[in-house]
Design a protein around this ligand. Structure first.
Ligand SMILES: [Zn+2]
Ligand SMILES: [Zn+2]
Length: 137
C-alpha cells in the first residue's frame, strides 16, 4: 500500500516505519523545487522506504555541504523524496506527497534568511540561522 505519491500517482512510496523528524526548509532550492514559499520534508529511516515506479533523479549541491539527490516523477514532475549526503541513512519525503497528514510538525526551521516575509513556523524548536526573523524585503 502506498503511503505517498506524486501528482499523477505513477511514482509511489511505501513507508514501513514512523518518521524520525520533520524539517521546514526555506532555502532557495526548496522554494524553487516546490513552487511554494518553503519545503517541508518528513524524514524516514532509509531502510523503511520503498520506491515504486519510474523515478528521475536531479542532483544538486546542498547548501550545507554534500549533495542532495531528488527523486521525481518523469511524467508529472513532482519531487516525492530525496536523500542528502549531509543526512546519511535518512530519506526525506515531501510532506505534500504523503497520503496522511498525521506526521509530526517541523522541529527544525532552516535557512530562515531566505524565508518569505509572511511565513512563521511557530512550532519549530530550533531555527537556523537563529535570532530574529529577517525584515521583509
Ligand atoms: Zn507523477
Ligand atoms: Zn531547502
Amino acid at each position: 500500500m502506498a503511503n505517498a505519491q506524486c501528482s499523477c500517482g505513477a511514482l509511489t512510496l511505501s513507508l514501513d516505519a514512523p518518521p524520525e523528524f520533520t524539517v521546514a526548509c526555506h532555502c532557495r532550492a526548496c522554494q524553487r523545487r516546490t513552487g511554494a514559499p518553503f519545503g517541508v520534508g518528513v524524514f524516514y529511516p532509509a531502510g523503511a522506504v520503498t520506491v515504486s515506479g519510474e523515478a528521475g533523479e536531479y542532483v544538486r549541491a546542498g547548501d550545507s555541504g554534500g549533495r542532495v539527490h531528488n527523486r521525481f516523477c518523469p511524467h508529472c514532475g513532482s519531487t516525492v523524496c530525496w536523500t542528502a549526503d549531509a543526512l546519511p541513512g535518512l530519506v526525506g519525503v515531501a510532506a505534500g506527497a504523503l497520503m496522511a497528514a498525521d506526521y509530526p510538525p517541523p522541529a527544525l526551521s532552516i535557512f530562515e534568511h531566505s524565508m518569505h516575509g509572511w511565513v512563521a513556523v511557530d512550532c519549530a524548536l530550533r531555527h537556523f540561522p537563529g535570532g530574529s526573523r529577517p525584515a521583509p524585503g
